[in-house]
Design a protein around this ligand. Structure first.
Ligand SMILES: *Cc1c(COP(=O)(O)O)cnc(C)c1O
Length: 385
């Protein structure tokens, strides 16, 4: 009786909110095999097409031969192997910081960094639309936790000025995962610097994609040197898995001492680090991937707008089509799948009520003709809002 799971699940079904994983029969790439049929894949965060890149795969295989599969322990015990060290150094150099520290996932990096930096007596300020891992970290930290209106630097400045907390940490996504827009970092930094607060940027969707060398949102906006805490993930544009925090030597030493999701977990396999060294190098040195991706983004936006769909204010590979109603978003996603095109429907609580959407993500792995097929499938569909 106490655990009436059936009623809870039924209620979720009734509200069109029931979620299920799609079973994929193949690697992440421009196409995906689902139910025995090949589809174009517009769901992945593999923005540069590196997840299945032959050189990255070969680096993974070679490193598995050399380093085995499991690291066997946490970094501080005996899990920190040479490829982990090399990757930390490469990530620090790439992001223009003194040091970087690896975490097993982005979720863990955010939990670890925020709870290490603020606690009782401190204050934390977050954009309302920040990623779930950042919001969870805020609740776990014990700090006073305030959320400000999306991308509203004036609202943030007001909250900072009214706070008398010891330490003040402001946290934002660099590129918002469900909207695709960028945070106004310069305005946030002005507010932070006026109030002795620190800014942390979660650049899961900016790293590899923005800036001429893929160095992310802070470089693209010309403010990289002013951001004290930079977090990036490896499972999106870099095509592998894991995450890191980059910053000053003191910041990294602090995380090594106090970030519990760093201390109390097994280090990622060295082969993942070795593969990421190669994908990071390719992300940096193959700007043609970003050029192609940007051309696809423009092509999609032009075409979808001509069809009368509502797009969001995004110049990144995340190109949501705003639908509104949960059931309508789901129906359109299913109709596109019937046309051989995979696009996920994103519903509350991942996005605010009444803002269900199709989250189209583009990748350098796509061809112009793929985008045209997506547009064709959208055109054939009556479910327009
Ligand atoms: C994906 C994502 C994360 C989580 O990273 P994982 O490595 O997948 O755990 C954190 N923040 C943002 C903004 C993300 O999009």
């Amino acid at each position: 009786m106490a655990f009436d799971l059936t009623a809870r699940l039924d209620e979720r079904r009734a509200r069109q909110r029931f979620r299920q994983p799609t079973l994929m029969d193949g690697p992440c790439g421009r196409t995906a095999v689902v139910d025995g049929r090949e589809h174009l894949n517009f769901c992945a965060n593999d923005y540069l097409g590196l997840a299945g890149d032959p050189e990255v795969v070969a680096a993974f295989r070679d490193a598995a031969d050399r380093w085995g599969v499991g690291s066997g322990a946490s970094h501080l015990v005996c899990g920190h192997q040479r490829p982990h060290q090399q990757l930390e150094e490469a990530l620090a150099a790439h992001t223009g910081r003194e040091r970087a520290l690896l975490f097993s996932t982005g979720y863990m990096a955010n939990i670890g960094a925020i709870t290490a930096l603020v606690g009782k007596g401190d204050a934390l300020f977050q954009d309302r639309l920040n990623h779930a891992s950042l919001l969870d970290a805020g609740l776990l930290s014990g700090a006073r936790f305030r959320r400000f209106a999306h991308n509203d630097a004036a609202a943030l400045a007001g909250q900072l000025a009214r706070s008398d907390a010891g330490r003040k940490l402001v946290v934002t996504d660099g590129v918002f995962s469900m909207d695709g827009d960028q945070a106004p970092l310069a305005a946030y930094l002005d507010a932070c610097e006026a109030d002795d607060a620190w800014l942390m940027v979660d650049d899961a969707h900016g790293l590899g994609v923005l800036d001429g060398q893929g160095r992310g949102t802070a470089f693209a906006q010309g403010v990289n040197g002013r951001v004290p805490v930079y977090m990036g993930t490896l499972g999106k544009a870099l095509g592998t898995a894991g995450a890191f925090v980059a910053g000053s030597n003191e910041l990294i030493e602090t995380l090594i001492q106090f970030a519990r999701t760093y201390v109390y977990t097994t280090a990622m396999p060295a082969a993942v680090a070795a593969a990421t060294l190669v994908s990071l190098d390719k992300a940096r040195r193959e700007p043609q991937r970003r050029a192609h991706l940007n051309a696809l983004i423009q092509r999609f936006r032009r075409g979808a707008a001509e069809l009368g769909y509502t797009l969001m204010d995004s110049d990144t590979p995340i190109q949501p089509i705003l639908i509104g109603d949960d059931g309508a978003a789901l129906a359109l996603s299913r109709a596109l799948a019937a046309h051989g095109v995979l696009v996920s429907a994103i519903r509350p609580p991942t996005v605010p009520e009444g803002q269900a959407r199709l989250r189209v993500t583009l990748s350098a792995a796509h061809r112009e003709a793929d985008v045209d097929r997506l547009l064709g499938a959208l055109e054939d569909n009556a479910c327009r809002v």
